[in-house]
Design a protein around this ligand. Structure first.
Ligand code: S3P
Length: 178
């Protein structure tokens, strides 16, 4: 069941594939609303004392997913943390146990959508090491597998060819926070 937009959310989770702009839009949205911004991947790295790339290389994806769920659970159950925007890693919302944690917390989710070619191009431009961004074919296949899960988000925003600030303003407006 999707959380409704009926009441004012205090946690907004940005979901979507690698290159969707979850971190840059999240930062812009945080500034716009004067809400705290956090990237879940940063919390995972701080908790584990290793980079995402090191966790994948040294311990494998299953261990990364365990660390990701633990970090998400910690974040969602923190008390008195105020209003927050959180960027999730591309695979977080796809894991059933995480979707349940999110539902239980009543958090609002926003799917930042874009076509595979644009997402791949953005990842290449960023030049950041991403363990699951290998070649265009594998990238598209993984996106196709995950898309039905992303569509379960409370809201979908098309980010194609849009500037970061414009996407942030659209998210704020759609959530009734603008
Ligand atoms: C992942 C995406 C990454 C990071 C990890 C796994 C994924 O985050 O969490 O490499 O499974 O799609 P970004 O979506 O911020 O690149």
């Amino acid at each position: 069941m999707k959380p409704s937009l009926g009441s004012r959310p205090t946690v907004v989770l940005l979901v979507g594939f690698m290159g969707a702009g979850k971190t840059s839009v999240g930062r812009a949205l945080g500034q716009l609303l004067n809400w705290k911004f956090e990237d879940l991947d940063d919390r995972i790295e701080a908790r584990e004392g290793r980079s995402i790339e090191e966790i994948f290389r040294e311990s494998g994806e299953a261990e990364f997913r365990r660390a990701e769920s633990a970090a998400l659970n910690e974040l969602l159950t923190e008390q008195n943390s105020g209003s927050r925007i959180v960027a999730l890693g591309g695979g977080a919302f796809v894991q059933a146990r995480n979707a349940l944690l999110i539902q239980a917390a009543g958090a609002c989710t926003v799917f930042l959508d874009a076509p595979a070619e644009e997402l791949y191009r953005r990842c290449e431009q960023q030049g950041r090491e991403r363990p699951l961004c290998r070649d265009p074919e594998q990238f598209r296949k993984l996106l196709d597998e995950r898309r039905p899960s992303y569509l379960q988000a409370t809201l979908r925003v098309d980010t194609r060819t849009k500037e970061v600030n414009a996407v942030a303003a659209e998210v704020a407006c759609s959530l009734g926070l603008g």
